[in-house]
Design a protein around this ligand. Structure first.
Ligand SMILES: [Zn+2]
Length: 256
């Protein structure tokens, strides 16, 4: 667990002051600034799709939400929305801050789901393919618009197995961030590989993107498909075919 010191806080304030912020009211040190300072110092990447849970103590989340709520108030003011008199906009700044930290970007601030592995090394061990269908809710980093879809996760069982629900928990943990679908497909593949120890992992995602539906080209029937294949899924055409045949069976079973 990384912690920040008073010196870090002071440095964060000094840094903000050097940037020309000579407002005399600017006396408060933001925890968010101290954490950003520390991540920069450590060379820790903190892009929208990165998990930064190691830098945030659980009890610090409340203060970070307070700070974000204050910043969202400024955004609403700049958008010329009357958050004092409009009853629907009164609590919006805080609702946004809580939603980002606790829901739509929770996968940045929470550590990886616990995925206990069970041995799969007895004589009658399972050696076949497993395909798990996981519903995803994500958000694009570019526009903060919703990404809604399904991930199909395929693995060839290795020396250990994880509980079926863990595939979806891991996929959702990766998805609850600001992502690109291509990156999300890579992230889920990497985390499933890590949790299962299998070097044969495949992930296929199909999703609709709010940034194509609600704005821009306003395409209401667009669907984006991405695939990552590793190990035998990549080298063995039979395994690849079995994976996609299983996906078709799943889609017949539960169309969307
Ligand atoms: Zn977008």
């Amino acid at each position: 667990m990384t912690t920040f010191t008073t010196e870090d806080l002071n440095n964060a304030i000094a840094g903000a002051e050097q940037q020309g912020d000579d407002d005399k009211d600017y006396k408060q040190a933001y925890l968010g600034d101290a954490i950003r300072f520390q991540m920069k110092r450590d060379g820790k990447r903190f892009w929208a799709g990165d998990n930064i849970s190691e830098y945030i103590k659980p009890e610090e989340r409340r203060l970070l939400i307070d700070e974000a709520a204050e910043a969202f108030e400024t955004v609403l003011d700049r958008l010329l929305i009357d958050r004092e008199n409009d009853p629907n906009s009164k609590g919006t700044a805080r609702r946004l801050a809580k939603m980002y930290f606790n829901e739509i970007m929770a996968g940045r601030y929470e550590s990886a789901p616990d995925a206990t592995a069970f041995p799969n090394d007895s004589e009658d061990r399972y050696e076949g393919m497993l395909v798990v269908r996981s519903e995803l809710r994500s958000m694009c980093s570019h526009h903060h618009q919703p990404v809604v879809g399904i991930a199909y996760i395929g693995i060839v069982a290795a020396q250990k197995l994880i509980g079926l629900s863990k595939y979806t928990r891991i996929a959702q943990w990766c998805a609850r961030r600001g992502t690109l679908q291509e990156e999300l497909c890579n992230d889920i593949t990497r985390e499933i590989t890590r949790a299962t120890g299998s070097s044969n992992v495949a992930v296929y995602i199909q999703a609709v993107h709010g940034c194509c539906e609600n704005r821009g080209i306003m395409a209401h029937s667009s669907l984006t498909q991405t695939t990552v294949l590793t190990g035998s899924f990549k080298t063995d055409p039979g395994a690849k075919k079995e994976f996609f045949d299983n996906i078709k069976l799943q889609q017949e079973f539960a169309p969307r």
